[in-house]
Write a protein that binds this ligand. Structure first.
Ligand SMILES: [Zn+2]
Length: 264
């Protein structure tokens, strides 16, 4: 059985003590591929470095909304250059976050739209972060997909760690997006999320950990790590009443369709 952790911040300090061991535990649990999203310029480089060192690791480049204040005017050129690396397979994580006010809304929006434009130009899918900004995120994405060439229209991106309403899920799916599910589908108070996960088209769902955050039950409270993506897949399989092997095969195929893991 094979699984892909499509969203794992393996570069973060939380893994400094045992990064190689965490990668080994993941491989042992059948997690053969890991995608590391970036949050700022420095984490772009960290993700690319890890992807260069490990055959089973890939990277995305992008600026998280919480890091989008005070960007240098030429940040898009800098990102474009990083995106040329053979193992960069997406732009992200990008989006809007109205929960924290580390970056003004206008700055977040400018950075988000500029990076969507870059993704369109490079024909790369996007990894979307949305926190308390669902309407604005969907409005921007719905407009953006209209501008996409055929090569990328069928695989525009993923709403990572999806946590909005069933109506928002429907809008995202209609626009062609995938939904990424994480540890919260195992949490007690997540019935609405499980309702969405049980009904979304099976060819549009991805599993991710968002490590070191969002640790699934029964490890909740501890640091998350890529091996635990299996717990997310197991819960999804139970919800959809299919064997874990079938869920692993389907979500792996979905991730391959969206991200086209290149060799580099
Ligand atoms: Zn993340």
């Amino acid at each position: 059985m094979q699984l892909i952790d499509t969203h794992c911040h393996l570069n973060f300090d939380a893994f400094d003590e045992d990064r190689d061991a965490a990668i080994a535990r993941a491989a042992e649990a059948g997690i053969s591929r890991i995608l590391i999203p970036a949050t700022d310029m420095q984490t772009c480089d960290q993700g690319i470095a890890l992807a260069s060192e490990h055959a089973g690791i890939w990277a995305a480049v992008g600026i998280h909304p919480n890091s989008s204040a005070d960007l240098e005017p030429r940040f898009i050129e800098a990102l474009q250059e990083k995106a040329l690396h053979a193992k960069v397979i997406a732009i992200g994580e990008i989006g809007l976050d109205y929960h924290w006010d580390t970056s003004p809304k206008a700055a977040q929006r400018r950075a988000f739209e500029a990076q969507l434009e870059l993704a369109r130009m490079l024909e790369l899918p996007v990894i979307i972060h949305n926190r308390e900004a669902t309407d604005d995120v969907l409005e921007i994405l719905e407009r953006w997909v209209q501008t996409l060439p055929a090569s990328i229209k069928e695989r525009p991106g993923v709403l990572h760690s999806f946590s909005a309403s069933p109506e928002a899920a429907e809008r995202a799916l209609r626009a062609g997006f995938y939904l990424g599910f994480t540890g919260p589908i195992t949490f007690k108070n997540a019935d609405e999320l499980r309702y969405i996960a049980a009904r979304a088209p099976i060819e549009r769902i991805l599993v991710e950990t968002d490590s070191p955050y969002l640790t699934p039950a029964p490890h909740r409270g501890k640091r998350n790590e890529p091996a635990y993506v299996r717990l997310v897949a197991e819960r999804l399989a139970a919800l959809r009443q299919i064997p874990i092997e079938a869920m692993a095969a389907q979500t792996t195929l979905n991730a391959e369709t969206l991200f086209r893991f290149s060799f580099g």
